[in-house]
Design a binder for this molecule. Structure first.
Ligand SMILES: C[S@@+](CC[C@H](N)C(=O)[O-])C[C@H]1O[C@@H](n2cnc3c(N)ncnc32)[C@H](O)[C@@H]1O
Length: 309
């Protein structure tokens, strides 16, 4: 399993450079996956400790194996973003650097039985954590057509969402092949050659894993978990995720949320973060040529401002 867990880490040098510049004592990797970023960080920062998490127990097993050579310096937990503060315990407020490389790993997508991809035949599962929650088959069977259509429209940006949702509800797919066939029958072929099933698969995956809610909870925890001067680095692969990251960092950097008509501040919110990436950072053309999955990656970073005592 360890060696067959294939995932090429995206923007690896950028992540290491951003974090190494801060020389953190404690690093948190919220998305350890195949431990690519984690390994590079532990190699680059020999005095740092790493605390890592992933909601996927297969990733946790592989990451533990791959990071075992770092001994006590690395600890890996089976947990979700929304459990970060619980995992951190006394380390809340002491995190020197945090990385979140969002979305799914290549290993998850390329394992047919996980049901993430229309390129392979498999059960319609799509759970990142197969130990809990409802599979995609159960989710599409249990939500109503309107909810499904909204998810496919908003999370997949699919223009034909209502028609697709109605067909899914009528035909109740149980495999990736059945779902892909339903979408292809209901969405006209795209000129750019993109498989019409792409957007619907992405939307249902995000719905099954509550990816929007998980990210929101992680973003809310950032100012609390970081130490003064600590840095958070996010890599997103979806415009919706990147917008959430951008908005959360901007709000935390702004502090005051009083409407301008008040003419002063009554909320007393103070800025907690400083945005380090004035513009979003994208992978270089070399990386995209080597790893086409990096093409949609967007990196943003922010630093915790000093708490006022
Ligand atoms: C793009 S991969 C990370 C790859 C990793 N950075 C590497 O270099 O190998 C994203 C990982 O995040 C995990 N993940 C996604 N959402 C999560 C959440 N809410 N909580 C914990 N882990 C999550 C996925 O299970 C997946 O393993």
């Amino acid at each position: 399993m360890g060696n067959s867990f294939a995932h090429e880490s995206v923007m690896l040098h950028e992540v290491v450079d951003w974090i190494a510049a801060h020389q953190p004592e404690l690093i948190v990797d919220c998305t350890v996956g195949g431990a690519g970023h984690a390994t590079a960080l532990l190699n680059a920062l020999p005095d740092s400790q790493l605390l890592a998490l992933d909601r996927d127990s297969e990733a946790v097993r592989v990451a533990r194996e791959r990071l075992s050579r770092f001994g006590e310096r690395a600890q890996v937990y089976h947990a979700r973003f929304s459990q970060l503060e619980t995992v951190l315990g006394v380390n809340v407020g002491r995190v020197g650097a945090l990385v979140a490389d969002l979305g799914v790993s290549s290993h998850q997508i390329d394992t047919a039985s996980r049901g993430f991809s229309f390129r392979f035949s498999g059960d319609l599962d799509m759970r990142m954590d197969r130990t809990s929650g409802q599979s995609a088959r159960e989710v599409v069977a249990s939500v109503d057509a309107a909810t499904l259509a909204t998810a496919i429209k908003e999370l997949g940006e699919e223009r034909h969402a209502r028609r697709v949702a109605r067909a899914i509800k009528a035909e109740r797919p149980t495999t990736t092949e059945e779902l892909a066939a339903i979408v292809r029958r209901n969405v006209p072929a795209a000129r750019d050659g993109l498989d019409p099933a792409t957007r619907t698969f992405q939307a249902i995956r995000m719905l099954v894993n509550d990816e929007v809610g998980e990210l929101e909870r992680l973003l809310l925890a950032i100012p609390k978990v970081l130490a003064d001067g600590g840095i958070a680095v996010f890599i997103s692969f979806h415009s919706l995720e990147d917008r959430s990251v951008k908005r959360a960092l901007r709000d935390a950097a702004q502090g005051c949320i009083c409407p301008p008509v008040i003419g002063g501040c009554v909320c007393n919110n103070r800025p907690s973060l400083e945005i380090l990436t004035r513009r979003v950072v994208r992978p270089g053309s070399d990386e995209i040529a080597r790893n086409p999955r990096a093409a949609s990656a967007r990196l943003r970073a922010a630093r915790r401002l000093e708490r006022t005592r």
